[in-house]
Design a protein around this ligand. Structure first.
Ligand code: PEP
Ligand code: MG
Length: 748
């Protein structure tokens, strides 16, 4: 077999393009293509295998193997040499195929007589589409040049597959992005939604993978790269003074934009006959395929950076901006790899749901989605590759599942679920103005958690008695600079206006750990959750906290003000923080500002150590609010953001309940008002158990108030307490089964 020159490659691509331009059904085209490639490469065999479903490849066309095997021969991902190519997304090139690991003999194809085998993946931006194979009788390895030529051909086939050139009879030949697909991710925010895909970054469509004149294409590429470099430099100068993480990303962009290797490979691809955009995409696809196999987190981040940069380059070359002019569909559900909190807020309540490929439970986007009360599924891997703008989509935030282009039966079941939830919500709405009084006569105060001005309307809608936790960090997270005191004062004042005299417990800035401000110098910590965070930052670098306290005092402007400090671990921290407030009150007085009519200063109990603080602490605080999310992670030593362990321990574990009982007891002895504001307060079964143990105030998501109130009103807390205590005495580690059995006997 002769060495292939660049011009031969180009000739082949042009013939390929012309063949594709001729009219004909998908199968006819595939047949012509295999013939063409075998002829041009001078091999006895050329075959195209396409995915029939996620796991099965089907021989769809061949030149050289037995025709009867077309649409009959199938293999699973990873099976045989073809399956291995698809699985690993890397070529296999061997002079002795039968001796190769995993070789599978398929008698129906008659392929045993072919010794050399070259298979390359047909893939587009990480989406596996199939495998292109050439085989010949002589026992020789294909040259690098030949491998390269076949890869370029596979790239064009991938583009053509994407454009639907091979659509026709048979499952494997049906158009892409038309089948139902299910994605199993992780719950970021509960709730369900039905709507249509709105891609945060629409896919770039390449309509001309084959270039006519390599000089023209190289020039286009080089011009686009030059513009890209300028724009990266601009971004770097604009980002001056921003966080280390962002700078690191931009520096990586700059490095790639100047990488000779990257540009040389793209120029070589052009030399083989690809258009400039197809060359960019070929390199991008290779990088994405590598992403799947690189275990090192740092390298993965850099490959992501390269991917972002390639997208920018593609948009320049194709003139397709992120704003394609497409209309946002009805009931939009945002689908993205990831999204920043400010961008998500911009979309705001127009969105019915959000699905991300990345993200984490505690990420800023998740915090915003929670505040907006829209269902969020994270870790829905590869959904941006599969979804098209406008596709029907169902988001099940409760289960962390997404159905794309669902079958009618799935949609119907899903709608039933939504209808049931809606019916329950309207039942709960009728309870809005009734107290959460249990059958035993005890009344529980139900408050809501908030973090945005946009949350405040829920105060009326949900029937919450007040805001038990206002997470002030959101105002800091959504900006790229520290907000000004006057800005904050006006936001806080707006919150108090909207609360119309109901109590709002403002929690001072809780940053660090997962909540990193974009403009804050990032401190690398081995374990940020147990690191320099929350009140620790406020005490060590008091400037921002003082400014925030001033803003809060001014916002109160003669009204009563409730403050609480996050993550207090020992009494002295509270003492110093409280003194800071008192100092600021003095200062405001000196400046002649109106002071709050009343001031409550509380602490969040989020670390076990605080439960054992001296009595003096319990008497010094105006109230304590248990931050159950953090408290649980430290009690069980199980990272709340680590998917592998975060659900491992149950809040209804007897040891944890005893611990809660201990805190309740200490507060009772010292006359300290106590509330609970972690996520568990919003789960009805957990909430009644907390109430049974003596908690009289619970703060939760607004949507949880109805279900929690409903259950409290139907049970006897004294009886439940007796049950929990008996269970804690028994040998069982967890009271949940007994509580569920008991609930089944109640009229709930
Ligand atoms: C908590 O830890 O329970 C809490 C309410 O605070 P956050 O979830 O904001 O850390
Ligand atoms: Mg917390």
């Amino acid at each position: 077999m002769p060495e292939r020159s660049e011009s031969e490659s180009r000739k082949l691509l042009r013939r390929l393009r012309d063949t594709l331009a001729e009219p004909g059904a998908g199968q006819e085209r595939l047949d012509r293509i295999t013939h063409l490639i075998a002829d041009s490469m001078q091999t006895q065999v050329c075959s195209i295998y396409l995915f029939r479903d996620d796991d099965t490849l089907e021989l769809c066309a061949t030149e050289g193997l037995k025709k009867e095997s077309v649409h009959k021969t199938r293999m699973r991902l990873g099976e045989g040499l073809v399956g291995r190519v698809a699985k690993s997304s890397t070529p296999i090139n061997t002079g002795n195929a039968p001796a190769e690991k995993g070789f599978r003999y398929m008698p129906e194809t008659g392929e045993e007589i072919y010794s050399s085998f070259l298979g390359v993946p047909i893939q587009r931006l990480g989406e596996k589409l199939g495998v292109l194979v050439v085989q010949s009788k002589d026992a020789r390895q294909f040259s690098d040049d030949e491998v390269y030529a076949i890869e370029v051909v596979a790239m064009v086939l991938a583009e053509m597959t994407e454009l639907g050139a091979f659509v026709g009879e048979g499952e494997a030949l049906s158009a892409l992005h038309t089948h139902p697909a299910m994605f199993r991710g992780t719950t970021g925010q509960e709730g369900t939604a039905e709507g249509h895909v709105w891609l945060h970054e629409p896919r770039v469509v390449i309509t001309n993978p084959v270039g006519d004149d390599p000089d023209v294409e190289r020039k286009r590429l080089n011009e686009a790269v030059s513009q890209l470099r300028v724009s990266v430099d601009d971004m770097i100068s604009l980002a001056d003074g921003q966080g280390a993480e962002q700078r690191e990303v931009l520096e990586a962009y700059r490095m790639f934009a100047h990488s000779r290797g990257w540009i040389r490979r793209m120029e070589e691809d052009i030399g083989r006959g690809l258009s400039a955009e197809a060359a960019v995409e070929k390199e991008q696809s290779t990088a994405r395929a590598r992403l799947e196999t690189v275990p090192d987190a740092y390298l993965r981040d850099r490959l992501h950076d390269l991917d972002d940069l390639s997208n920018r380059l593609l948009r320049r070359l194709t003139g397709q901006g992120t704003d394609t002019g497409a209309e946002m569909p009805q009931d939009p559900i945002l689908v993205a790899r990831n999204i920043g909190p400010a961008e998500l807020l911009d979309y705001g309540r127009r969105l019915k749901g959000v699905v991300l490929e990345e993200g984490s439970v505690g990420s800023h986007a998740a915090v915003v989605a929670r505040a907006l009360a829209i269902p969020l599924v994270i870790h829905a891997e590869r959904i941006t590759t599969e979804a098209l703008n406008g596709d029907a989509i169902l988001v099940d935030g409760d289960q962390g599942i997404v159905h794309l282009r669902p079958e009618e039966t799935v949609s119907a079941a899903f709608r039933d679920k939504i209808a049931m939830q809606a019916a329950a919500q309207s039942r709960y709405a009728s309870l809005r103005d009734l107290p959460a009084t249990a059958l035993c006569g005890t009344t529980i105060a139900l408050h809501m958690n908030a973090g945005l001005m946009a949350d405040l309307p829920s105060l009326v809608g949900s029937g919450a008695e007040g805001v038990g936790l206002f997470r002030t960090e959101l105002q800091f997270l959504i900006r790229n600079h520290v907000p000004k005191r006057s800005e904050l004062a006006s936001i806080y004042s707006g919150v108090l206006d909207a609360a119309k005299g109901k109590r709002v417990a403002f929690r001072t800035l809780d940053i660090g750990s997962d909540k990193v401000l974009p403009y804050m110098k990032r401190v690398e910590e081995p374990n940020p959750a147990m690191g320099w965070r929350a009140i620790r930052v406020g005490l060590d670098k008091p400037g921002v906290m003082r400014m925030q306290l001033q803003a809060l005092l001014r916002a109160a402007n003669g009204r009563s003000l409730t403050l609480m400090f996050p993550f207090i671990t020992e009494y002295s921290e509270f003492r110093v923080a409280r003194q800071m407030v008192l100092d600021e009150v003095e200062r405001e007085k000196r400046l002649g500002h109106v002071l709050p009519s009343a001031l409550e200063i509380g602490a969040m109990l989020e670390t076990p150590s605080l439960a054992y603080a001296p009595d003096a602490f319990f008497r010094a605080v105006d109230f304590i609010s248990i931050g159950g999310n953090d408290l649980k992670q430290f009690f069980f030593a199980a990272d709340r953001e680590n998917e592998q362990v975060r659900r491992r321990y149950d809040v209804l574990n007897g040891s944890f309940l005893r611990f809660i009982q201990h805190i309740v007891g200490r507060c009772a002895e010292n006359g300290t008002p106590l509330s609970f504001c972690g996520e568990d307060a919003g789960r009805p079964v957990e909430a009644i158990c907390l109430a049974a143990l003596g908690l009289r105030t619970l703060s939760m998501r607004p949507a949880s108030i109805g279900p929690v109130k409903h259950l409290i009103r139907r049970i006897d807390l004294t009886a439940l307490r007796a049950l929990i205590e008996a269970e804690c005495q028994a040998d069982h580690a967890n009271v949940r089964p007994a509580v569920m059995d008991w609930l089944a006997t109640q009229d709930v």
